[in-house]
Design a protein around this ligand. Structure first.
Ligand code: UT7
Length: 319
């Protein structure tokens, strides 16, 4: 099955760490409430001079350096985000310029909320074989603090800013992906431009129920397609929204929580950036071995949800 091989990863988060105690100075909340309900302890907020172009380019450069891939080898650049620096051109075009990518390397954005990175991976898996150059850059990045209402304690404690990126090439490797949508504008949304303020609004319990209803089912669909059981998956990499959601998914799949990677304690929910940032940490932490099975699971605004099951490596090959 034609899929992708990830040959390099990178990530970048803003300098400013904001703890739960800091949040308790802004809204009526507490460290105890946030940790027990979400697992989040701190998040990063973009400050002066930190825009999404800078975060995304830093993540992409690290991924390209890890891969040993230069801008002239990149034939496709797709960025998942809902908080671009400009309404137009696309965020990926700003990244394209900064990185000096070639003119026959198309760049476009993809909006699928927190599932955006997985949507982008599957889109790239389909398109990359038709491109002029062998590698693609897939980036997930957000400055969610642009649309979060800092006076709404239901949402402001959850989200953070950051970017993650991967460099991929096409590969004849196992690749099982399931993308889903259930169109809905009332569970998780932000109004469009001209409708100020464009704040993120959310029915938290609605999202919670939706995630636990859909994500384990998507995971099972992928396992069935691959003829595998959940025991055979070495790592689950879920969207980092809430520890209790991850715990619920693990229970439903009957998989020990130790096989689920989590870092929401340090970054909160970074939407499209959450899976690639976590993946980069896993790679740099030496957690992934060649041949291991990885299942990424995403869910978010749309409503969208997705699963991606693939085998890790090999990272290096003759170029
Ligand atoms: O990428 C997807 C993005 N969204 C999500 O992942 C969200 C999924 N949902 C959740 O993570 C949870 O629903 C939340 C963490 C948002 C909320 O947890 P919950 O256990 O569902 O709490 P709740 O909404 O039922 O609220 C319980 C109480 C309420 O007070 P009353 O009505 O019982 O008096 C809230 O007003 O907690 C209150 N509350 C807070 N208290 C302290 C809500 N937010 C806070 C807060 N600090 N930050």
């Amino acid at each position: 099955m034609k899929g992708l091989c990830i040959v390099g990863t990178g990530s970048s988060v803003p300098r400013q760490a904001v703890t739960n105690s800091d949040m308790a100075r802004r809204v009526d909340t507490s460290d105890e409430w946030i940790v027990s309900r979400t697992g989040i302890r701190e998040r990063r907020f973009a400050g002066e001079g930190e825009d999404l172009t800078a975060l995304a380019c830093a993540a992409a450069r690290r991924a390209m350096e890890a891969a040993g891939v230069g801008p002239e080898q990149v034939g496709l650049c797709v960025m998942a985000t809902v908080t671009p620096d400009k309404l137009t051109p696309a965020q990926s075009c700003l990244v394209h310029r900064e990185l000096g990518l070639a003119e026959d390397c198309p760049a476009f954005d993809l909006s699928a909320g927190c599932t955006g990175f997985l949507y982008a991976m599957e889109t790239v898996a389909a398109l990359l074989p038709r491109m002029e150059r062998p590698y693609a850059l897939v980036i997930g990045g957000e400055i969610l603090t642009r649309i979060v209402d800092m006076e709404d304690r239901n949402t402001c404690i959850l989200f953070g800013d950051g970017a993650g990126a991967v460099v991929v090439r096409s590969a004849d490797a196992p690749w099982y992906c399931a993308l889903h949508t259930r169109g809905d504008g009332e569970i998780l949304w932000a109004e469009g431009p001209g409708r100020e303020p464009p704040h993120l609004r959310m029915d938290g319990q609605g999202v919670f129920r939706f995630a636990l209803e859909t994500v384990p089912r998507a995971a099972q669909t992928l396992l069935d397609r691959a003829g595998m059981s959940a025991d055979q998956v070495d790592w689950f990499l879920p969207h980092q929204a809430n520890h209790r959601i991850v715990d619920g998914i693990a229970r439903r799949l009957k998989v020990p929580l130790e096989r689920f990677y989590e870092n929401m304690d340090r970054y909160g929910n970074t939407s499209a950036a959450s899976i690639p940032i976590a993946l980069d940490e896993m790679v740099r932490g030496g957690m992934l071995r060649e041949g291991q099975w990885v299942m990424c699971l995403g869910f978010g605004a749309g409503l969208t949800w997705a699963g991606l099951l693939f085998q890790w490596g090999p990272q290096k090959e003759d170029k």
